[in-house]
Design a protein. Sequence first.
Length: 344
Amino acid sequence: MKNIVIFSAVLLLCAGPGRAAAPVDTSDATNDFYDNTETYPLEVHKLEIAGEVAKPGPVDLSKLTLHSVIVKEAVLDRDGKTKFIGAYRYDGYSLFDILNNSVPEKRNRIEFPPIIDLYVEVENFSGEKAVFSWGELYYPKDLHKVLIAASVSRIVPSKTRELWPLPMRSKLVAAGDLITERNIEEPVKITVKSYPRSFTVQKGLSPMYSASLSVFSGSEKKAELTGLPVGLSTRTYETVFYGRGKGIHSTTPFTGVRLKDLLAQYYPLTRENLRAGMLCVAAKDGYRAAVSYSELFNRNDQRGFLLVKTAPDADGGLFSLFPAPDFFSDRAIRSVTGIHFDDR
């Protein structure tokens, strides 16, 4: 009995402000599938925020609300195949909340004031890094999906009762990833950076048109496209197209090809790219947006970025980007001239 009391107290402490530790529902008394097993605390290490923000320094987690995510974790095997390792509910502190008061102070703010070319690099004790675009954290339709986990519980199959290996260390959890290579253990540092490439900005360029789109890996041009490749299937996404600044733009559907299908041959799926790959989509007028490799190639929600081909000589053509995962339209890029993948 004494051990049970002590363990319950630990769970209550781990639950954080405004959230009590949920009791274990061993008899399926509720419709919640995710409260049927014990919750185990994970020690969260001291976190530091650094980089291009006005107030770098240590993170105070005591005032943050805990969020929950459910995750089917899988990693790349030695032969490059996907290996399932378990299903879990994680409770923790979202990067959205952790960075919420760290207002960006961009290195390139004179050239390009918008925040959509920022990205966040999370580093752990071992020096492993995982990156997320700023848009991935603050623009998606579903917020608080990237956590620093403070507790974990298994999601156990009701028939097999298989018990997945229990995580023993705090970890970064990217709940939107299909292959969860960004779920690195024991994160300690969060660094905000601008994408390390400069573009000439021409505000008010109208009409705006780029006859081709170039694909780069570092300084190497991999391809130059003047049309969509043959064989790629098109998709149509219904949308309410809404900007953070100007509000509603339209309710017109977007039809195009998935950008991941177009770029797969140039940017291979590797553990390094899944964790730390970052791309930049740039327009004729110098507007640009950062997109992480995983949010483009490694989603588990079947949402994607569309590359749309416009009518010949249309203002904003020949290619435009539609960010289907985003609530706001700010990462929609008109007259795309280049897609860049750089060593950072």
